[in-house]
Design a protein around this ligand. Structure first.
Ligand code: GRG
Length: 331
């Protein structure tokens, strides 16, 4: 397998050991396993104000709508300001607060992650990759603006992300440099690019649980890890805390990707705003394990994420739970 990266901590309990059995201690996440959603728990969605801050800041960090080239800027603003869940920026802000800093100090860093994430979605949707039709509730960018515009929009977004961090006045110069290194590793040869390449080219027949976990880490987990570790760095957290941040991100990222795989099988394009059944004929955790066991694994992986932050009622833990609560409603 080319460029395989085993995510640190990703398999600490052995994915193969998940079971849907009963009798273990009840946790909030185990309720998710039994009932598909956690409506009964009544979690308040405390992330709404943070998502709004991200949306407002993104508007400012992108070129103005009336600047040129008009259709390129229009395309970039359209996809970035569309209805994304803003998971990575919110995680970065909550991580900063969790490790002793403040949320807003990580706002620009989080927005930079959102720019990178959006660039990756635009590239992933192209005909030479996933050939997708719908994204964030609309036709994909290349279908509306052309492939040339979509490729250039993605490159511009990636470039903008590094510029945003380099010029982030809320973060000291040494930390900014560290964040730039972190993002370069996140995107490059051991991160998103490599994950996408392996996903496109590695033979399906060789995909087992370990390989899938490693692929998922490179495609999804790395940006979650960048959000958590970057947030901790901005808060001035020490290495031990950064390792805990990474552990949480790895478990949450894995659960999120498994959930994404599950939605591809069981949800509708209207509910999730993007294509479904793109994984038909491909190997995912859902095809390896079936729906029930995948749900059990998602719940157990969320539990592991929560255990890694210690207090299951801290804002970070509640956000993680809420994410799947909202996702359960197709949000
Ligand atoms: C050079 C940035 C760059 C990337 C090149 C194309 C590529 C390599 C990577 C794509 C990886 C990819 C699309 C992974 C899927 C990750 C995932 C679970 C996306 C869905 O994220 P959500 O649900 O989406 O957070 P929203 O729209 O809510 O933001």
């Amino acid at each position: 397998m080319e460029g395989a990266v085993v995510p640190p901590f990703a398999l600490n309990r052995g994915i193969g050991s998940f079971s849907a059995g009963c009798g273990e201690a009840m946790t909030i996440a185990s309720v998710l396993r039994e009932s598909e959603s956690v409506f009964g728990i009544g979690l308040a969605d405390a992330s709404a104000p943070w998502r709004l801050r991200v949306d407002l800041r993104l508007k400012k960090l992108l070129p103005p709508a009336d600047s040129g080239p008009k259709s390129l800027i229009g395309a970039v603003r359209d996809i970035c300001l569309g209805p994304g869940k803003r998971v990575r920026p919110v995680l970065a802000m909550l991580s900063s607060a969790h490790f002793g800093g403040c949320e807003l100090a990580a706002l620009d860093f989080g927005c930079a992650l959102e720019l990178i994430h959006t660039a990756s979605l635009v590239l992933d949707d192209l005909p030479c990759m996933d050939d997708a039709v719908m994204r964030r509730g609309k036709l994909t960018l290349h279908r509306r603006f052309g492939e040339d515009t979509a490729v250039l929009a993605a490159v511009a977004l990636l470039n903008q992300a590094y510029g945003v961090i380099a010029g982030d006045a809320a973060v000291d110069a040494e930390t900014r440099l560290g964040l730039l290194v972190l993002l370069s590793e996140t995107v490059g040869f051991r991160g998103l690019v490599s994950g996408q390449f392996r996903d496109l080219r590695d033979p399906e027949a060789l995909r087992d649980e370990l390989t899938l976990a490693s692929l998922n880490y490179q495609k999804t987990g790395v940006l979650f890890a960048a959000a958590m570790v970057g947030g901790a760095m901005i808060a001035g957290a020490d290495q031990t805390a950064q390792i805990r941040a990474r552990l949480f991100a790895n478990r949450l990222g894995l659960a999120f990707q498994m959930w994404d795989d599950l939605q591809d099988c069981v949800s509708t394009s209207d509910a999730i705003g993007k294509d479904v059944h793109k994984d038909d004929g491909r190997v995912t955790f859902v095809t390896l394990w079936g729906e029930k066991r995948t749900r059990a694994a998602i719940a157990e992986t969320i539990d592991e994420a929560l255990a890694s932050v210690g207090d299951p009622s801290c804002p970070l833990a509640l956000y993680a739970l809420n994410l799947f609560h909202r996702a359960g409603r197709g949000g």
